[in-house]
Design a binder for this molecule. Structure first.
Ligand code: ATP
Ligand code: MG
Length: 320
């Protein structure tokens, strides 16, 4: 096993490359992979495995359009009548990842005077008190039991003004539908109050039913526009996603994930759900390191329903 000038292990691709060959291989890898993935090629299997299983954010056209709308809402002068979007998709299709990307792209709350984006989960929310309580918690002023609804309302508004919150992100909005009609109404009143008091735009995320959560309040229903993140299918969008994802996989050989057969297989086996596609890719990449093939073949994708059973845990030991 020899190392090329970048410290990349060569034994997988070549038995004994000349110096000129090594240079070509290094350049090819640098063109094929992101710099971080190139560096990983020389690391231990455990370190490579950790790199593979990290979450990534690859921007596809649908998520790009949400980021653009979010940037408009964040940067516009406050409107008298604040508006909102509700981004819906199947479970596991990248909503929370996109909500995180919106915060990072614009400006997450950092303890300063803003402007900033704030994000809360609507999971388990059954009334306006909890909406305000979650925001207060986020901003370092946890609500007390003794606070009445009107106290919380006032404190939440004051805190949001102080940090110059310009966009409120709500995740897991479909969870509102788990409450009774009265509970849904009470939770929606909290959102409507903040939108009205602060002219605060809202970007909500939820599964396909999430838009219904706003439908029960005619004022909110009129203000929210739905954006659907489509299910993934065998098309150029998926091929581009796979080609980009491959750039983050520290494998010594090209997998050509954008090949038509691989695109078609992943679209079918995933039912169009991104989480399933990403898990398959990660499992297959780990197996490619495990069995030394160093690239993802169609056969490997077919096998890669779970993490390699006999190897990864041992390799992970001692790797932070
Ligand atoms: N844009 C992306 N690029 C790469 N991987 C992604 C992207 N979006 C999501 N993923 C992967 O898909 C997984 C599921 O994404 P996420 O949790 O955002 O989905 P979700 O729609 O919020 O799911 P749920 O409906 O269960 O809340 C993530 O852990 C991540 O691995
Ligand atoms: Mg989510």
């Amino acid at each position: 096993m020899s190392l090329d000038p970048n410290g990349v292990t060569q034994s997988v691709e070549e038995t004994s490359p000349s110096t000129a060959d090594s240079l070509v291989i290094t350049q090819t890898r640098a063109a094929r992979l992101e710099p971080g993935a190139v560096q990983m090629l020389s690391k231990s299997p455990g370190e490579r495995a950790h790199y593979i299983e990290q979450d990534r954010m690859i921007i596809c056209p649908a998520s790009k359009s949400v980021l653009v709308q979010a940037a408009w809402m964040f940067n516009e002068r406050p409107h008298g009548r604040a508006r909102g979007f509700v981004v819906t998709s199947k479970p596991g299709n990248g909503k929370s990842s996109l909500a995180g990307a919106v915060q990072r792209e614009l400006k997450p709350y950092d303890g300063g005077a803003g402007p900033c984006v704030l994000s809360i989960s609507m999971s388990g929310v059954r009334d306006a008190r909890t909406v305000y309580g979650r925001l207060m918690e986020l901003l370092g002023s946890p609500a007390r039991i003794s606070h009445r609804l009107s106290d919380r309302e006032m404190l939440a508004v004051r805190l949001l003004k102080a940090v110059n919150c310009r966009l409120l992100v709500l995740d897991e909005v479909q969870d509102l539908l788990q409450g009774s009609e009265r509970e849904q109404q009470r939770a929606l009143e909290g959102i409507k109050f903040l939108m009205n008091q602060l002219s605060l735009p809202v970007l909500a995320f939820g599964t396909d039913k999430a838009a219904q959560a706003f439908a029960s309040d005619p004022h909110l229903a009129a203000r929210f526009t739905e954006i659907q993140l489509p299910a993934w299918k065998a098309d150029n969008t998926l091929a581009n996603f796979l080609a980009t994802y491959e750039r983050f996989l520290p494998l010594a050989k090209a997998s050509n994930l954008a090949e038509q057969q691989k695109v078609a297989f992943l679209a079918k086996v995933s039912g169009g759900v991104l989480d399933v596609i990403v898990q398959r890719l990660q499992n297959a990449a780990l197996m490619a390191i495990r069995d030394g093939t160093e690239c993802i073949t169609l056969q490997l994708l077919e096998k890669a329903v779970s993490r390699p059973t006999d190897w990864a845990l041992e390799q992970f030991k001692g790797v932070k």
